[in-house]
Design a protein around this ligand. Structure first.
Ligand code: GLA
Length: 331
């Protein structure tokens, strides 16, 4: 990359941290881009329960430790992601021999898992942990989605998880993190969940807005309303997993093989508008994380359509700045 290219982390130093999701492969292949542009990282997968503790009583911190080492070497912060989730969690946590585990056993495992992991990463470069990820039902009138945690422990699994996390580390900000966070129906549910936690004096410090967005959704007004509603709770806000897909969620087309100039322009316009909103609300927003460093690698190349190329990030497949990058850095 040429010398004149601006750095996101410098451009935004008076606003918020700028992060990227990483894995060991991207830390190898994209290390210059990551170290030069960003000042925060989130492990894309390596701090999830299925990686950290695939088997009971065994912990595998190896890959995640390498990520933390990179953060240390390059003066970057870390967001811990994620302690309690219905996905990417090993089956042993929910079983007692051949039977389903009971409430007390699951609570004691949850406590141990949270304590061990947060104590292992008791490093000052961690500035947040996602304690509970995606607990809310997207549709319908139920507040919480089905999950083995809800099924066995009951609705208070979320409260207990935040309490265990606070016990494990009295200082670190604790987050509830979810997607479709700007959708009005889900926004009201996220607000209710977190407000109830606050009313019960459960230690929750922030809301993570995943921000898996696209060229059409969500509407800018809905993003503003979501930020304002969450901020009214007096919590910190982080944008935790941002990408701007070229495809709407229900667009399952597979015939697009290059990013057209029109699409690149539309994406740049969207990125520009999103970051302008983030700047406007920067007193509430402490951190904005993109869910990949560049279009070279990102999870949307396989989701929701397998093997379909997508171009959701600020840098292209050769890790060079796209029009979106220029729009985000010129204001
Ligand atoms: C969710 C999770 C992330 C990641 C993405 C897909 O948003 O919170 O950890 O798994 O899905 O990459």
């Amino acid at each position: 990359m040429s010398e004149e290219v601006l750095k996101l982390k410098d451009v935004y130093k008076d606003y918020f941290k700028i992060g990227t999701a990483v894995n060991l492969e991207t830390l190898e292949k994209d290390k210059d881009l990551i170290a030069s542009q960003f000042n925060s990282m989130t492990a894309e997968n390596d701090m999830k329960p299925i990686i950290l503790s695939l088997e009971e009583e065994k912990f595998n911190y190896g890959p995640a430790d390498q990520i933390v080492q990179f953060a240390n070497d390059n003066n970057m912060g870390m967001r811990g992601h994620t302690l309690v989730w219905h996905n990417q969690t090993p089956g042993w946590m929910f079983k007692d021999g051949d039977k389903k585990a009971g409430r007390e056993l699951m609570l004691s495992r949850l406590e141990k898992y949270i304590h061990t992991t947060m104590n292992h990463y008791n490093d000052s470069l961690f500035y947040a942990w996602d304690v509970v990820n995606e607990a809310i039902d997207d549709t319908g009138s139920h507040l919480l989605r089905e999950s083995p945690w809800l099924d066995t422990i009951g609705e208070d699994y979320i409260e207990r998880a935040f309490e265990f996390a606070r016990d494990a580390n009295p200082d670190i900000p604790l987050f509830y993190n979810d997607y479709n966070e700007s959708h009005p129906h889900k926004r009201e549910k996220i607000y209710k969940l977190v407000k109830d936690l606050i009313d019960k004096e459960i230690p929750v410090d922030g809301i993570g807005l995943q921000a898996h967005w696209n060229l059409e959704a969500p509407h800018l007004d809905d993003i503003r309303r979501a930020i304002e509603k969450y901020a009214s709770l007096g919590l910190k806000l982080h944008v935790t997993e941002m990408d701007v897909s070229i495809f709407n969620f229900d667009d399952r087309r597979k015939d697009l093989t290059t990013l057209s100039p029109e699409m690149e322009e539309k994406q740049a316009e969207r990125y520009g508008e999103f970051f302008s909103i983030f700047r406007e609300y920067h007193e509430y927003i402490d951190s904005v994380t993109l869910w990949a460093a560049s279009d070279r690698y990102n999870w949307l190349n396989d989701f929701p359509v397998e093997n379909r190329k997508n171009w959701p990030m600020l840098f292209d497949e050769a890790n060079q700045p796209k029009e979106s990058f220029y729009r985000v850095t010129s204001f």
